[in-house]
Design a protein around this ligand. Structure first.
Ligand code: GLN
Length: 432
């Protein structure tokens, strides 16, 4: 079997693990270096979720998406840095130190798939896999100036993904061009019965960069309070260019935006508290002192093994699910989530796609956001697509203060092809 040598100058701390010799074979991805986020299981290669609690863990199996990449000959050259278990918007919550943004190394790359975005943006790899629970593919794509797609919920198997919040997350492609996103989607959408939420819906498509007659909904809320007016201006210009290319722009409303973020954070912390209960430090992670009472050593290991943000979310989620509060928080969040879905159903009766900024600002300075709430608020434009399960892409659309800005295009369930077409149209129009 042929191999690809990989010796990058990783000045951005994009990788947690690299392979100096990566195997490659024949196929559509033959010889192409691909990076994989470190919450996706790779047989024989450490998979850490950027957490100390998984120190020493080497998966005995490949995630379905990794099997698919290998089947097409891809050279998996490394595992990328991330916010611990995917919890964050900057890649600063990593036990391996933050990743830097190649567009400006004094800034964060976004998160939580910041390592994948930095690896692609800096040219160390041609493509990467990320995961997106509330924006973790689109946010770093926007901040680093690359393309990233969160596929429709259920389109890509999550077998072998270490779960953060199952009802929200998807694995998806990150690359410098829409064409490569499309190529990866062809590879990743092969059905897998081991993830029962996956339905068989193979992506076989060549991007069609024509938007003539396409109706693009632009929700007022996406340009409202909290969105940096300079970012909003850049994105408006991008939308206007799609109009010049033949699309029809329809302004609209998404009232559920006022509670989408709260619904997201109650849901994701609840699911996280349940998912992360399995990590007890017995087989890997900080070593257990087995002479002590079980509950004491369990507590110590989890205190040592998890970072501050993960501990915060486990506590929030455990509280939200506790008896007596379930109705007040979790059940209410599910009702709010239904409203978000309803908004999309209503909007998609009259428009084909929805467009707006991916992030309300450009990339923050490293260490700039210190309080959790202001960090959470920056996810406001990305979480609606996860709550509803619809596909959403971020494509670079210019700069503000010299930093990349992303245009987000959200589509109807299982119309990932359409958001890819619109992104391709924008990309081609922009290069004319
Ligand atoms: N920033 C969001 C969070 O912290 C989204 C993360 C993600 O998509 N994994 O939950």
């Amino acid at each position: 079997m042929a191999s690809v040598t990989f010796a990058p100058d990783d000045r951005y701390n994009a990788f947690i693990t690299t392979l100096s010799e990566a195997e490659t074979g024949p196929g559509r991805l033959s010889g192409i270096p691909v990076a994989v986020k470190d919450n996706i299981s790779t047989r024989g290669i450490p998979t850490t979720c950027a957490s100390r609690i998984l120190a020493g863990y080497i998966p005995p199996y490949d995630a379905h998406v990794v099997t698919l990449l290998k089947r097409e000959g891809a050279a998996i050259v490394g595992k990328t840095n991330m916010d611990e278990f995917g919890m964050g918007t900057t890649t600063e919550n990593s036990a391996f130190g933050p990743t830097l943004n190649p567009a400006d190394p004094t800034r964060v790359p976004g998160g939580s798939s910041g390592g994948s975005a930095a690896a692609v943006a800096s040219g160390m790899v041609r493509m990467a896999l990320g995961t997106d629970t509330g924006g973790s593919i689109r946010c770093p794509a926007a901040f680093c100036g690359i393309v990233g797609l969160k596929p429709t919920y259920g389109r890509v198997s999550r077998y072998g993904l270490i779960a953060y919040a199952n009802s929200l997350e998807q694995i998806g492609p990150m690359a410098r061009s829409v064409e490569d996103i499309s190529l990866l989607m062809e590879v990743l959408t092969t059905h897998d019965s081991r993830d029962s939420t996956t339905i068989s819906c193979p992506y076989r498509h060549t991007p069609d960069p024509s938007v003539r007659g396409l109706k693009i909904g632009v929700p007022e809320e996406f340009f409202g309070e909290g969105v940096d007016p300079r970012v909003a201006a850049v994105v408006w210009e991008a939308v206007t260019r799609l109009e010049q290319q033949g699309a029809e722009i329809v302004t609209c409303r998404m009232p559920s935006m006022s509670f989408a973020l709260a619904a997201y954070y109650v849901t994701c912390t609840s699911e996280a508290s349940s998912n992360l209960a399995r990590f007890d430090g017995v087989r890997y992670g900080p070593q257990a002192d087995t002479r002590r009472p079980w509950h004491e050593s369990f507590q110590d290991q989890r205190r040592e093994g998890f970072g501050a943000e993960v501990r915060r979310r486990i506590m929030l989620g455990t509280f939200a699910l506790s008896s007596g509060y379930y109705g007040k928080y979790y059940a209410k969040a599910q009702a709010a989530r239904q409203q978000v879905r309803n908004d999309f159903v209503r909007l998609f009766r009259t428009v084909d796609v929805i467009a707006g900024p991916t992030m309300p600002t450009v990339a923050f300075r490293l260490g700039e956001k210190t309080d959790p709430l202001s960090m959470y608020l920056s996810d406001i434009l990305t979480v609606p697509a996860n709550l509803a399960g619809v596909p959403a892409i971020s494509v670079p659309c210019g700069t503000s203060e010299g930093l990349p800005v992303g245009l987000q295009v959200i589509g109807q369930w299982f119309r990932d092809e359409k958001v890819i077409d619109v992104a391709a149209a924008y990309e081609q129009g922009a290069s004319l």
